[in-house]
Design a protein around this ligand. Structure first.
Ligand code: PGA
Length: 241
């Protein structure tokens, strides 16, 4: 199902409401969370729903999708920093995990992270953004569809784009939840905003299912919801509902 919105704010509210519905149904749900610019309106809306007492996140389990390797969680570039700033510092009692990527053995951390997700029962609901190269999480083009949580060498285009966005060179590798782990989620919500996502979104959702476009695997998920703004959804007119 594809839903298009006039504004990023409306999109964010719908994403946050979907999370609220999930938690009202099952307060112990396991939720996967993305970072980047796209989900910011969702986190804003979620904090409002929490403040109004509409949703309680304290029994839920949150896993982030990825983290850069080699920087401390306190570094403003780290996704741990981003998550604290935009969500978790406002809801301090919540259980949340993000890969510990300032370690000597990222491969081992990736394996442990995968085990934790499995022990938690997998994701009930997984929120995703999409990269301009078609990545989801940090599963870059060429990542095998059966990948579990692993160390990913970032595509030069991703490093360049994220460095530009951040104003400083971002690391060249990351730990990311794998495509198979993502695909096992009971419900996936893919969010995309802005003109720069329009072409890749169309390719991912209507093109060939091919590891060259990691997000194309989402075509094979039985419960996928795509939330777009007008610009990102421009190429998808026929598919929208
Ligand atoms: P963005 O990143 O939200 O900053 O565009 C999306 C992604 O890379 O998954």
């Amino acid at each position: 199902m594809i839903k298009a919105f006039e504004t990023e704010r409306e999109l964010g509210f719908t994403a946050a409401s979907t999370l609220a519905k999930q938690l009202i149904q099952n307060e112990k749900s396991v939720i996967a969370l993305p970072t980047g610019a796209t989900p910011l309106p969702m986190y804003e809306a979620l904090l409002e729903l929490i403040r109004f007492g509409i949703v309680d996140v304290e029994s839920a389990v949150f896993f982030n999708l990825d983290e850069y390797i080699g920087i401390s969680p306190e570094d403003p570039m780290a996704y741990a920093f981003y998550m604290n700033k935009n969500l978790f510092s406002h809801v301090p009692k919540v259980f949340h995990r993000i890969p510990k990527a300032d370690t000597d053995s990222p491969e081992q951390e990736a394996m442990m992270y995968e085990n934790e997700i499995r022990k938690a029962g997998g994701f009930d609901l997984c929120f995703l953004g999409i990269g301009v190269d078609g990545h989801i999480g940090f599963n870059e083009p060429g990542t095998p569809f059966d990948s579990k949580t692993h160390v990913s060498d970032l595509d030069p285009s991703t490093v360049e784009r994220n460095s530009k966005e951040f104003g400083r060179k971002v690391p060249k590798s990351a730990i990311t939840v794998g495509l198979k782990t993502i695909m096992r989620s009971k419900h996936i919500i893919l969010m995309a905003t802005g003109e720069e996502k329009s072409a890749i979104l169309k390719e991912a959702l209507t093109g060939r299912v091919d590891p060259a476009v990691p997000a194309s695997i989402l075509q094979l998920h039985s419960n996928l919801t795509v939330l777009v703004d007008q610009k990102a959804g421009a190429g998808l007119q026929d598919q929208r509902q």
